[in-house]
Design a protein around this ligand. Sequence first.
Ligand SMILES: [Ca+2]
Ligand SMILES: [Ca+2]
Ligand SMILES: [Ca+2]
Length: 230
Amino acid sequence: MMKTTVLMGITVLASCLMAGQNAYAGSATFIFDPDTPYLSVDDSPFLGIDDFTLEDFEDGLVNILGVTIDGGIIREPSNFTDSVDADDGVIDGSGSEGHSYWQLEATEGFTITFDEEALGGLPTLVGFVWTDGNIDGLFRLEAFDADGVSIFEVVLGDLVHTGQTDEDRFIGVEFAGGIASLFLSTSFGGIEIDHVQYASIIPLPAPLALGLAGLAGVIVVRRKRLLATA
Ligand SMILES: [Ca+2]
Ligand SMILES: [Ca+2]
Ligand SMILES: [Ca+2]
């Protein structure tokens, strides 16, 4: 009963978004297909796009360029781990032998940050794979721009909470101005995710870029002067 109710909630929400009725987002776009499981990187809508970068946690570290996560921990393989299915080497309906990222009590939530300096700008596409949560929890996602302004917010219902992978879904946000962080939380229980990813980086804002270009210009001029006097 509960599972059916939740599924209906997601479907209704997705329908609203497809109709353009995004109540919060300004010009941000929600990327979510309730009907398609994410079982491997081949299911990523960002695959093949410029700068596409993926963290699958399989080396036990959050170490892709420009990404940090505050709150939660990496989950090692276990009966309750819900990694993306393919990460343990075989798509077999289970992600228990892979690594994921989770927060046991996620009512306080956790933040995924995209570092503007490290990336030379901010990604306009960001996402992750939701793999698990408490069936009684409402999952909430909020996205922020470079100024810390909220650009997107959505609440989703939840599904089952074991190692199965057929309920794993890609959740993403597109924002032309660049996305600086995502905040994930739930009304009850934990959150488990995998395959944090970004693509299509928009370069640093003009003042910063001009500053760097000016600096490069100074260096060139100084080198020319040195050469001229040598
Ligand atoms: Ca890693
Ligand atoms: Ca598997
Ligand atoms: Ca994984």
